[in-house]
Design a protein around this ligand. Structure first.
Ligand code: MG
Ligand code: MG
Length: 313
């Protein structure tokens, strides 16, 4: 059997069995957006995410600074999903021998820019060579309370922090390699190249959210992760789902179904989370898109949604 036969999540399940954790200071090991350990000064979060050339990005179509920015943002997004704030990063890179130095430096400029924006520092690293660019950031964060994807409860409301589907449309536009892009197209491309992690939410999530996950694989795919981890059913209402103007315009022009993008597009880095009714008032800037119920699966207007999405293998 090959790795690809198992798929990303099948492989993870099979591998982590070899790493049984028996340590009382470990609050959360595998299976959530971050791992979490108890320290004297509070809870420490660990996460890691990579950007691999020709898997996550195509060098020719990706400005180097954007790549550095994105590497940091996708990691910060996982810390935010657990109700935390990013602190210290450690970067491992592998570069092809013939990579122009300017490109490598641009990546680090993007990392620096994002680190400043998110109030964190990258404090060490390791370099190797490889046929393709591989960037792997290990990030730590702090939180007062760990918000898990496995703690949603029936009766809670399901909220979404912003628009989804934009990044997939942006990637498709980028791949068209047009000479000129219209302003709305540039916005979609930017959503793909330079996602912004929702750090503005982390305090409120750690205080009021029952459960939370970031949307990296697609709204429905990640809601399935939350639903399965929590053992609950998620019921969405179609006319509550936020539709971005730019995405609607793109779908109109390209003859695409806007809901296909919004539900199944990946790399949005918005946050889906659940809250009790009395805490809805703290999230007036987010969209209540559905409810948590007893049962299993993810439903839209009563119909079970197909479990598909982006995987990294
Ligand atoms: Mg995540
Ligand atoms: Mg991630």
């Amino acid at each position: 059997m090959r790795v690809k036969d198992l798929g990303e999540f099948g492989l993870i399940g099979r591998l982590v069995k070899h790493l049984q954790v028996e340590d009382d200071d470990v609050v959360v090991a595998f299976g959530d957006d971050c791992s979490c350990v108890k320290t004297k000064e509070g809870l420490l979060l660990f996460t890691g995410d990579a950007q691999v050339e020709d898997r996550h990005f195509i060098r020719r179509l990706t400005p180097s600074q954007d790549l550095g920015w994105k590497l940091v943002s996708v990691n910060v997004s996982d810390v935010v999903a657990c109700g935390g704030k990013p602190k210290w990063g450690f970067i491992s890179v592998a570069f092809p021998q013939d990579l122009p130095v300017e490109y490598a430096e641009g990546i680090y400029r993007g990392i620096s820019q994002a680190s400043r924006e998110y109030g964190m520092s990258v404090i060490g690293g390791n370099t190797a060579s490889s046929d393709k660019i591989v960037l792997d950031l290990f990030l730590t964060g702090k939180t007062d309370r760990f918000v898990s994807r496995s703690s949603a409860e029936a009766g809670e409301f399901l909220l979404l922090s912003g628009h989804t589907g934009l990044a997939r449309a942006g990637l498709e536009l980028l791949l068209m390699e047009k000479k000129e892009y219209l302003p709305f197209e540039k916005k979609l491309i930017n959503a793909f190249l330079r996602p912004v992690a929702r750090l503005d939410l982390s305090d409120r999530l750690s205080r009021y959210a029952g459960s939370s996950i970031d949307i990296s694989d697609g709204l429905v795919a990640d809601l399935y992760h939350l639903s399965e981890a929590s053992g609950v059913k998620l019921s969405l209402t179609r006319n509550k789902l936020p539709v971005s103007e730019e995405l609607a315009e793109f779908c109109r022009r390209e003859g695409k179904d806007v809901y296909d993008y919004l539900l199944y597009g990946g790399e949005d880095y918005q946050i889906a989370f659940t809250v009790k009714g009395e805490n809805l008032k703290h999230f007036g800037d987010c969209y209540p898109i559905g409810k948590v119920e007893r049962g299993s699966g993810v439903f839209l207007d009563g119909e079970r949604l197909e479990k598909k999405g982006f995987t990294h293998l």
